[in-house]
Design a protein around this ligand. Structure first.
Ligand code: PEP
Length: 251
């Protein structure tokens, strides 16, 4: 499945978020979208207005940027997967490198969240990726697989087909430095082979993230094992996001 997800991160007022969504919806006719699954991930407080504004538009799914693994209780400041589902959210980004870097999320935390998300019928978009030192040391394939293996531990091939994997080299996120198409393809092919060998999962979407924009996405999306993108900065510019959907549809 081709998938393009926009991670809005901690940006925009309610009004700005609604304007951005309106511009995206306007630019995404059924023809532009084609067979691409389009997802937007606004901040928590914007989720209800984005979900409800989209009732007429079947082309766009809505994701949260995080969720807590517990069912509920004394977790001040957190939002549970059940709450996200209750708010009619479709998916949840888990293990983003910024969550790992700034909030100390571990691979095991991500694993717990993936299970909780699946339990509540949310599509987990599971993020993995290496830091520059791991790439330079040449251990990036094994290191990223170790992250993903832990995050998916204990799941069956069947439940894995409900997950999306986002390969996001940390050195490429928000830096303007993008992985080469060959670097993306190498990692995606490796992860796909490992997922099949370990879990028997052979139909998972693996998307690329890291400074992806209309000027560099075409070649990346053309790689056989790249099923789409997780987009940060460029997802805040409606024209760029729409252009990325078009490029992916044509890939
Ligand atoms: C991201 O944060 O998931 C991301 C890919 O960001 P950017 O596109 O800005 O590098």
């Amino acid at each position: 499945m081709k998938l393009l997800a926009g991670n809005w991160k901690m940006n925009n007022s309610l009004e700005e978020g609604a304007d951005l969504m309106e511009a995206i919806v306007e630019g995404l006719s059924a023809q532009v979208v084609g067979d691409v699954r389009v997802v937007v991930a606004p901040p928590f407080l914007q989720l209800p207005q984005i979900v409800h504004g989209l009732w007429e538009n079947a082309h766009i799914a809505v994701a949260a940027q995080n969720g807590h693994a517990a069912e509920g209780g004394a977790y001040t400041g957190e939002v549970s997967m059940a709450m996200l589902r209750d708010a009619e959210v479709d998916a949840v980004i888990l293990g983003h490198s910024e969550r790992r870097q700034f909030f100390g999320e571990t691979d095991q935390d991500v694993a717990d969240k993936v299970k909780a998300a699946l339990k509540h019928q949310l599509i987990p978009i599971v993020c993995v990726g290496e830091v520059l030192a791991q790439r330079q040391a040449g251990t990036y394939l094994e290191d990223v697989w170790a992250q993903l293996h832990t995050a998916l531990n204990g799941l069956s091939g069947d439940s894995l087909s409900d997950c999306v994997i986002a390969y996001e080299p940390i050195w490429a996120i928000g830096t303007g430095e993008v992985a080469t198409p060959a670097q993306a393809q190498e990692m995606h092919a490796y992860l796909r082979a490992q997922l099949k060998a370990t879990f028997g999962a052979d139909d998972m979407s693996i998307v690329y993230g890291g400074s992806c924009k209309p000027s560099n996405a075409e070649e990346i999306f053309a790689q056989p094992d790249v099923d789409g993108g997780l987009i940060g900065g460029a997802s805040l510019v409606a024209d760029d996001f729409i252009a990325l959907v078009k490029l992916l549809n044509q890939a």
